[in-house]
Design a protein around this ligand. Sequence first.
Ligand code: DC
Length: 248
Amino acid sequence: MSNIITIDGPSGAGKSTIARITAMRLGLAYLDTGAMYRAVTLHCMRAGVKLDDPKAVSATLKGLDLRVELTFDGPMKVFLGSEEVTGKIRTQEVTRNIHYVADVMEVRNHLVEMQRKIGENGDLVTEGRDQGTLVFPRASLKIYMFATPEVRARRRHNELKQRGVDASYEEVLEDVSKRDYLDMGRELGGLRKALDAVELDTSSLSPDEVAESIVKLAKARLKMQTRKIDKSALERARDQIERRSQES
Ligand code: DC
């Protein structure tokens, strides 16, 4: 039986950074399920289908050749056929279109099946919206991570400002609220806290502090040992995550 730690929560709660630091510290692989929805969205956009037509979206699954490569010290790599699209799935256009694709039941079933297969093969920290509720209901440890919409919007607004993107805090807050509404309202695979999940409010904590809490919980519950990690690998991971979040 593999050790699976699920981390679910709304966008901007810091899941990716925290999931990656946690995975590195525990020596587990890291699965980014949002990246899978992003890749299917890019695939549909490239196929030129009407995204608001669920039948057309599910028909593109036939030609989908999605592959992910889990790493222990870097971002998960994503491929469509032989093309690596790890960076290309982080554009604002993809982000804006994801909800069409994530709402389609056939897409969700396909990705849930892929995720479960990956889970069969080993220990991992998996991050998304439905990992503890639907995909891995028997996970060893479930975390539900959140922060107030205002804190998440503030973080996002600062990121955009650093990139020179001109958007008001109010606009960003509206975007965050809209995404919460879409993610929570999704009938299948919507964002929900599993009954047995540990809730962590990241509003006033650093990613390292949150990761530390999860590592402690994992050690207590799963009798896991932390790995000694090379400080420079952790720094590299943080840099990559920062660059990535500035891209999307
Ligand atoms: O984590 P992220 O921002 O990269 O996820 C992008 C979108 O993908 C998110 O708005 C909702 C969707 N998603 C989902 O429906 N189920 C998941 N397990 C992960 C992501």
